[in-house]
Design a binder for this molecule. Sequence first.
Ligand code: DC
Length: 238
Amino acid sequence: MNERANIPVLTIDGPSGSGKGTISKRLAERLGWNYLESGALYRALGIAAINKKLDLSNAKKLTELVDGVDLEFKRNQQGRWVTYLDGEEIQRQLQTEKIGNVASKIAVFPDVRRSLLAKQLTFRQSPGLVADGRDMGSVVFPSADYKVYLTASTEERAKRRYKQLIEKGISANLRDVIQDVEKRDQRDKNRSTSPLMVPEGAVYIDSSCKTIDEVVQQVLDTLKTNRPNNGTNGGLRQ
Ligand code: DC
């Protein structure tokens, strides 16, 4: 058995705007575990493709690019995660709506997904991993010890996005944001490879009427009551 297989994994899947990024980061801090933001890999690949002026519908060139990109995630002095592409910080660009849409488009290609899979597995390191994305519990870590599917209503998710954009000083129109959220959901749920779905065995949480702290606590409670069936304590601190 591969030695990483004993390292506990908590997967958090869900659509965009469900709050899984914020919740996953908080959980990783509370548990003292590592964190994989798989969407950042797709987003960074999108930025690399744009920088190299690649045709975003050319699956072969995009797949070749996966091995050529030098991607690093480091914590800055404030403890925030910052992403570097070929040595250059790309955090602000990474979070834009434009790059989110590019990521969703290139994520439909099976070969692109396959090449990113190996990179994602390397994040499983001691003492544990919180993995956030669309296919963490279904494809990347199907035998994860703990699985959560986090969602919220389309309107709530769009409102959250809208608020984030306004706070960043980016002008936005709520109706356009709702349409964007719907379009992205359709693409992520209907692609043929690794579509967004509720993974088998996942705890389903609707965060529409919950605060971040409430959701974090609900997941932590779930971890305590759903210990894995392998006779261990699932890597949780007592
Ligand atoms: O989570 P996010 O918004 O950063 O993800 C951006 C896009 O990347 C998302 O719309 C679809 C794709 N993605 C994916 O296909 N699989 C993942 N595990 C994570 C993201």
